[in-house]
Design a protein around this ligand. Sequence first.
Ligand code: AMP
Ligand code: ZN
Length: 480
Amino acid sequence: MSKEPKLKIWNTASRKLEEVKPAKAKQIGFYACGPTVYQRAHIGNFRAYILEDILRRQLEHRGYKVKHVMNITDVGHLVGDTDHGEDKMEKAARATSKTAWEIAKEYTALFKQDMKRLNIEMPTLMPKATDNIKAQINLIKQLERKGFTYRTADGIYFNTAKFKPYGKFSGQPLAQKQAGARVEVGAKKHATDFALWKFSYPNGLSRKDYLSSDTGRETQDVGRRQMEWPSPWGVGFPGWHVECSAMARQELGQPFDIHAGGVDHIAVHHENEVAQSQAAYGKKLANYWFHVEFLMVDGQKMSKSLGNIFTLEDLEQRGFNALDFRYFLLAAHYRQKQNFTWEALESAQNTLSKLRQTVQTWDKPEGDCADLSAEFSAALDNDLNTPQALAVLWKLVDSNYPSSAKSAAILNMDRVLGLGLDKFVAKPAKVPKEIQKLLDERAKARQNKDWKKSDELRHELSKQGWVVEDTKEGQKAIKK
Ligand code: AMP
Ligand code: ZN
């Protein structure tokens, strides 16, 4: 009897380790909350995106066709947790001479560039919130028809008290959530209620009508909002939570299979997505919820507000590259907090470099190392245990299999890990002339038993990115 391998992940919604059973055979609908494009994503954000990428690759490795949707939040994400904060995009625009649209374009392009460097597979679709306002308005209309909304002077709100299971998703009963909410109630009925549609000007007035109204004449003009749309309720823009619910449903249907994000989204953003989608359509939004723990710095979450963020550019300035960081991330399980230190990154860099040096010397891929390949996949099937998968990879490196079989097996492993090993496996780097000259000099020094000179030359070669091994056949130069 054949035993089909089963991929299990921790489902935040059920708080259980569950086998992923897709709604449609052999296909997975996968939604990941994407970046808010008002600044460059930091490496903490990329922990979430890289681990989501590993999940997607493992699903593909298991034969599923994955439709991966990642939204681009280019409007509606407010500063802070309240519904009164400023829109991050508009705030960034005011701090520069650029428009909110230009800022969104610039940071979306940078985000995609960073994704490529990190070897994250491009999502099937990356819908922008500003391109899908209609779908968001339709969701709000549906909620209005079902009696889940109310209007205040500054927008249309979701009434959390009307949705009985509110709080269940994140495991906090409504009363407790409301007491703990850091939100000013203001004109809202309950602290946990959240904006579905925010008005640009009080009561949904257009700019012109507002400026000519009594209050408008008396108040100082706060400047024009750049991103706004007409709606059945007045001129304004959608709330952040509505974007994800509307676009996920539009692209993947409801319920779809897996919804992913960082753990900080569980309590508010995802609780609210669950509430509004279920309230509107009487069905679950997603069957599995996958959440990635934080990247930490000195015991605190890496975040812009704490001022402890690093970007890929910062890493590069210190001599690291994106794949060193990717390797570093694999060493921790996604449900554990991971502490970022430069020492740990350096150790990841050295290990990856050693791995590249080793695989370059292997023969062309042929055959397999079936037991280790199976052990590797089993580690990832078990709630994406990347540290264990890495341990199996090193077991393969140290094994006695012929190197051609190792080449074949490691290339397959790397289709999931995404470390770009295909550029190195069985591909010894061509030795450039100036390096060959140093090698010849070193060979001569060794003939003359001038060990000091030989060591100096080894050091020089290393500085230039080459490792020398002294083998029975003579010197072997390997690119680091
Ligand atoms: P944001 O742009 O704040 O919505 O964040 C984008 C993604 O990165 C979300 O899935 C967050 O949960 C995630 N995220 C933010 N900070 C961290 C961190 N320090 N470690 C891991 N994931 C994070
Ligand atoms: Zn989202």
